[in-house]
Design a protein around this ligand. Structure first.
Ligand SMILES: NC(=O)c1ccc[n+]([C@@H]2O[C@H](COP(=O)([O-])OP(=O)(O)OC[C@H]3O[C@@H](n4cnc5c(N)ncnc54)[C@H](OP(=O)(O)O)[C@@H]3O)[C@@H](O)[C@H]2O)c1
Length: 262
């Protein structure tokens, strides 16, 4: 798997998602996660937790250069890009973020206008890498064609429920890293294929889902507040899924397309 992004960063297989973590739970969760070995922390202006995330980072004592801090720009702030990023940096207590993502697409002209400000932020050193989130391949193509600047990352819900076999190859051809979000909340954890695979490997369904992302070369961000969940989600390196197992999980998306999956 290559989660390599510009300016020397590499997205690790599993990063910490922080959506719906606030205050002390967020700062404690970030500190514990960093203590366990997480190095990528994913937040967003829209999560309203950047200050607590920053407190957790500082409490961890981990050096800034070891971390990959990701935050996202809410598209409704279009026109206030610099101000929004400055506020994120202040709240996080850092001088730059490693990756700044456009949280979602606008119409083509709107996305292009925001993207130009993203490029400026990167040139100013406020964001080491810039990318997008929840963009469809056609929207990525449009942005790249019109701006001439390729996003480092597209963060999307990639899990079996959403699996599109064309997405990762399309992005890889452009040099864009796909980063998965919501590996659990966007998927059917009780699906019999996932449960059978988990039983076969004596792993949790959560670990099977994270491993399946990795078999596709896609790093993920997963949210966990519980210490046991935080630790378990890092243990995805000690086993592999066979090509047949990966293909069986891939086919879950076909059930969704035909309406079999609720
Ligand atoms: N770019 C975007 O538009 C976008 C959209 C959605 C999410 N995201 C990012 O993706 C991250 C993850 O997505 P998400 O927050 O939707 O949730 P998720 O990671 O799919 O699922 C989180 C839930 O799963 C539970 N969990 C985690 N690990 C577990 C384990 N090993 N065993 C049992 N339960 C486990 C957590 O419980 P506990 O908390 O109790 O441990 C929590 O209830 C977000 O936090 C955010 O950073 C990005």
């Amino acid at each position: 798997m290559s989660g390599r992004i510009p300016a020397g960063g590499v997205l690790p297989p599993v990063g910490l998602g922080t959506w719906q973590m606030w205050g002390r739970e967020a700062s404690r969760g970030v500190r514990e996660a960093l203590g366990l070995g997480y190095r990528c922390i994913d937040t967003a202006t829209g999560y309203r937790n950047e200050q607590a995330v920053g407190e957790g980072i500082r409490a961890s004592g981990i050096g800034r250069e070891e971390l990959l801090i990701v935050t996202k720009f809410p598209e409704e702030d279009a026109g206030r890009e610099h101000e929004t990023l400055s506020r994120s940096l202040d709240l996080l207590g850092v001088e730059y973020v490693d990756l700044w993502l456009m949280h979602g697409p606008l119409d083509a002209d709107g996305s292009l206008a925001v993207w130009r400000r993203f490029v400026e932020a990167r040139e100013e050193g406020l964001a080491r890498a810039i990318g997008v989130s929840n963009f469809r391949p056609g929207q990525v193509d449009d942005l790249v064609t019109r701006s001439g600047v390729v996003p480092a990352v597209n963060q999307v819900a990639f899990g079996p429920r959403h699996f599109d076999p064309a997405l990762a190859p399309h992005h890889a051809a452009l040099g864009i890293v796909v980063q998965g979000h919501s590996p659990f909340s966007e998927n059917d954890l009780a699906h019999p294929v996932l449960r059978a695979t988990a039983a076969r490997h004596r792993r949790s369904v959560h670990q099977i889902l994270l491993r399946w992302h990795l078999e596709h070369g896609v790093p993920t961000v997963a949210k966990a507040a519980s210490p046991a969940h935080l630790a378990g989600n890092l243990e995805v390196g000690g086993f592999t899924l066979s090509p047949d197992e990966v293909a069986a999980i891939d086919r879950i998306a076909d059930e969704g397309r035909t309406g079999v999956l609720s």
